[in-house]
Ligand binder design. Structure first.
Ligand code: NAP
Length: 472
């Protein structure tokens, strides 16, 4: 008996749920001979099911997977207890006329909509309202016809299932499991809307990090264009606009990368200070902080992208026309004027340290990126993952910040650096990471660290019982 008390005629040999006595081999019915219907039917046949198609035009629906039968909707629905409805929602109407044949059967709604909130209710709920005597199960809609055709080796292996009848869901789960898919039960049919919205998502967790990246890149690009190119043209009468393509791009990329890397660690620090201030971990963080913490991985990956661009731009420096011209020009001038410049050990140390720290920082950056890949992070224990992402993450931030300090050295002290009172971009980029590192140091102080650790283990500054007594 189903949850609603209706008898279920689910018997899918050899997995048929309640078929104790000699189960009949029942075909699976697929309504619709379109893309989804064909792919699903083909996969069902490959996994040993008999397939019968229901179609408006059984004789004119074109070639179907080998071994499948095709007949009218009415005839096909009589042969099976599980019917996959591979028809668009707008055409569900014809099933009302099959009401009596479909009563008690499991209808698998695989449909999606072209956009969100197109209809007041989910397609599966609509189908259930049209055919109250059936057991509608929402499933397979998150798989594409293409991925179904590619077989179980494809990455799309999960099937989300929801429905009001446990037995109906079990019958669908049996078919899916036999097809080599992993079934995830999402509860009752009220979850159908969520499942139908799922394929319509467009990188939801990337939206905020991308907006931050584009915003920062645009701001710093215009900032360095005004400070370098426009200033040179307006004040010195020099046209150095060609520098936009490589030099300025190579200034913007590390700036954005460093700020975004520090933005990965800032929310964790803010959360710790908020917990110290509140004296408990049992109060929810504000929504914006929650959202920020949830997109740290994407922020970090975008930061790694900008750092990689910085590396590439730096590697091509020696082959740039401008650099080669400047180099030769310098050598020729030295020869003509019979001059030799003295080797400066301090500059050599500074330059080598700056490069070396940058290389180490980038190496760790790549390690952070690799460990954020699901296939790698799944192989790590929680402690290993948090060691890499937190401890090595802070070390990466420290090295990248130090790399920027070494790049600037004492140049920020020279008044000529401040064109139109504007500090160089790298000076601005140091503000957030320096603040993050300073606050992290503060959190590492034994007295602060002890309080945070206690709070995270459940300690509260005000005892809840005591608070209750105080209130009453
Ligand atoms: P499709 O190629 O357009 O096929 C739809 C089928 O519906 C038609 O071939 C037709 O089969 C049948 N149908 C019944 N009544 C109809 C009517 N009045 N007018 C037109 N067709 C009618 O669409 P599809 O791509 O297979 O998608 C079918 C369902 O699966 C949709 O709800 C879709 O959202 C869902 N889905 C599709 C994919 C995918 O990758 N394609 C993925 C997930 C979910 P007969 O001519 O045999 O009657």
């Amino acid at each position: 008996m189903s949850k609603e008390g209706k008898p279920m005629s689910v018997c899918l040999h050899p997995l048929g749920g309640g078929a104790a006595a000699a189960p009949e081999r029942q075909p699976v019915c697929v309504f619709g001979t379109g893309d989804m219907g064909r792919s699903l039917g083909q996969r069902l046949l490959q996994t040993g099911h008999e397939v019968v198609y229901g179609s408006r035009r059984p004789l004119g629906c074109g070639p179907l997977p080998r071994g499948a039968q095709v007949m009218s909707y009415a005839a096909a629905s009589q042969l099976a207890s599980v019917v996959f409805v591979c028809v668009h929602r707008e055409h569900y109407g014809f099933m009302e006329t099959l009401g009596s044949q479909l009563d008690g059967k499991v209808l698998v709604d695989v449909s999606n909509n072209p956009e969100k909130n197109l209809y007041p209710e989910a397609n599966a709920a609509y189908l259930q309202s049209l055919l109250p005597g059936c057991h509608v199960v929402k499933a397979f809609n998150t798989l594409s016809a293409w991925s179904l055709q590619n077989g179980p080796s494809d990455a799309c292996r999960q099937v989300y299932v929801c429905g009001n009848s446990t037995e109906a869901k079990r019958a669908v789960a049996e078919v899916a499991t036999k097809m080599g898919l992993a079934v995830l039960d999402r509860g009752s049919l009220s979850a159908a809307q969520e499942l139908e919205d799922f394929p319509l998502q467009l990188f939801p967790e990337w939206r905020l990090p991308l907006q931050i990246a584009v915003g920062l890149a645009a701001f710093f690009f215009f900032y360095v264009v005004i400070r370098d190119v426009v200033y040179a043209y307006a004040v010195q009468g020099k046209d150095i606009s060609f520098r936009i393509m490589v030099s300025l791009a190579n200034k913007v990329c590390p700036i954005v990368s460093l700020i975004m890397l520090s933005l990965c660690y800032l929310p964790g620090i803010m959360a710790a200070f908020l917990q110290i201030y509140r004296g408990t971990k049992y109060k929810r963080f504000p929504d914006w902080l929650d959202r920020w913490m949830l997109c740290r991985k994407q922020l970090g990956l975008l930061a790694l992208g900008f750092a990689s661009l910085h590396v590439l731009y730096t590697l091509i420096i020696p082959i740039r026309y401008y650099v080669r011209f400047k180099g030769w020009d310098y050598v020729i001038t030295q020869v003509k004027e019979n001059q030799t410049s003295k080797f400066d050990t301090t500059v050599a140390w500074r330059s080598d340290s700056y490069l070396s720290v940058g290389i180490l920082g980038f190496g760790l950056y790549v390690l952070l990126g690799i460990t954020s890949l699901p296939s790698v992070s799944n192989a790590l224990s929680w402690r290993e993952f948090s060691y890499v992402q937190s401890k090595l993450g802070y070390l990466t931030l420290f090295l990248c910040t130090l790399h920027t300090y070494l790049y600037g050295w004492d140049r920020f002290l020279r008044p000529s650096t401040y064109k139109w009172y504007m500090p160089p971009g790298y000076v601005l980029s140091l503000a957030v990471p320096s603040a993050v590192l300073a606050l992290k140091l503060l959190l590492l102080l034994p007295c602060v660290d002890r309080t945070v650790t206690r709070i995270r283990r459940g300690w509260e500054r005000t005892d809840p019982e005591e608070e209750k007594t105080l209130l009453t």
